[in-house]
Design a binder for this molecule. Structure first.
Ligand SMILES: Cc1ncc(COP(=O)(O)O)c(C=O)c1O
Length: 370
């Protein structure tokens, strides 16, 4: 039996019928931009993410650009980003006219290295930093990042594109952030039927700026207090997310269960199934294996032969990308990120995986090492 890396078609009974009915309703009413679907989604986000303001936007990359500009980051400002993340984190800094500096990650939780972050802050005096909650959990030193940034007047933007549903000490990972972002890209745990994103904050003035920036910097329909752009979320995406929301708990539970099956059933093998730092409940976004880098190509070939999908998230750090040299203003460490990129491999993980599928994947990985 082959198992895909990701499968988004396992809809709950009746889900597609209600989505089709919703498309019809929105189309008949030509409710395409704004309106109750957006308002309902933003209300649900405020409540579930435990923040004062939620602003829907076009995608998770725009959410980062809105958050940066909302926090006052612009031309010539220095911004720290982890060397291990999705390219959008780096790109967003450049797109608002600021200059990125990469900071290495730690092997334990694969998130930005707090000690190197402090070192980089002393050396470069950045205006802001983007802390990315990667893989479905966050840094073991989250509170220290937040405390240090607050005490030193550094705007800390939390890229929570991958962390919907993650909790820390029983609270949403987004609560307590100065400003954070979400991606509703379809493959994310809370995925839309296209592109969508959101900015979350409890800071009134950031919320006000972001709300204006994502709608052309408007103050009234034809007057503008800021130069923004069009990053509005469309009503169809909000409606799809609203219909998905009641199922999110079950989807998360199913993902977490599968993530733990891999931890349990592969723990005796010569590889590491990365575990979640204490205090966190993960969202089961990704399985992360760290394997011997010499053996990874052979493991990849074996999985291909067995029909098992897999990912390499990510194959290269930010600081070594062809496009980064023109913009990179500094690099603090980076060896750990490079090592992880050479040794990471991700097994299939999506909602409602069947036991037979998990057995098949586990069997294929065990077969490689036997
Ligand atoms: C860490 C991270 N940041 C930002 C983004 C960008 O989100 P989007 O694809 O919605 O623009 C993603 C999405 O893949 C991501 O994983």
């Amino acid at each position: 039996m082959s198992v895909p890396f990701i499968e988004l078609k396992r809809f709950e009974d009746g889900f597609l019928d209600s989505w089709n009915a919703k498309i019809k309703e929105l189309s008949e009413n030509t409710r395409f931009i704004g309106g109750p679907e957006i308002e309902n989604l933003e209300a649900a986000l405020r409540q579930e993410c435990e923040v004062g303001h939620a602003i829907g936007c076009a995608n998770g990359t725009d959410a980062l650009q809105l958050a940066l500009r909302g926090a006052g980051v612009g031309r010539g400002d220095l911004v720290l980003v982890p060397d291990l993340t999705f390219w959008a984190t780096f790109e967003a800094v450049v797109n608002v006219g600021a200059d990125p500096i990469t900071v290495d990650v730690v092997e334990e939780d694969l998130q930005m290295d707090f000690d190197l972050f402090c070192k980089a802050c002393k050396e470069y005096k950045p205006k802001a930093a983007i802390l990315v909650h990667l893989y479905g959990w966050g840094s073991a030193r989250l509170e220290e990042f937040r405390g240090f940034a607050r005490e030193n007047g550094i705007a800390l933007i939390e890229d929570g594109a991958q962390s919907y549903g993650v909790t820390r000490g029983g609270k949403s990972i987004y609560s307590g952030a100065q400003v954070s972002t979400i991606s509703f890209y379809p493959a994310k745990v809370f995925g839309a039927a296209g592109d969508a994103g959101a900015v979350l904050t409890s800071d009134e003035s950031i919320a006000h700026r972001v709300r204006s920036l994502e709608n052309h910097g408007r103050t009234t329909h034809y007057s503008y207090g800021l130069v923004g752009w069009n990053s509005r979320m469309d009503s169809f995406q909000a409606a799809y997310l609203n219909l998905s929301h009641p199922h999110l708990g079950a989807r998360l539970e199913s993902r977490r269960k599968s993530a733990n099956v891999y931890r349990e059933k592969l723990k005796d093998l010569p590889l590491r199934v990365v575990d979640v730092p204490s205090g966190y409940v993960e969202n089961g976004y990704l399985n992360v294996l760290i394997v011997d880098q010499e053996k990874r190509p052979a493991l990849e070939a074996h999985l291909k032969e067995e029909g098992i999908g897999f990912g390499i998230v990510y194959p290269g750090p930010m600081s070594v990308q062809d496009a980064s040299s023109e913009y990179l203003k500094g690099k603090v460490g980076g060896q750990t990120a490079e090592k992880i990129c050479k040794s990471v491999l991700n097994l299939p993980l999506f909602p409602y995986m069947k036991d037979e599928e998990l057995d098949e994947v586990v069997g294929a990985v065990r077969g490689f090492f036997s």
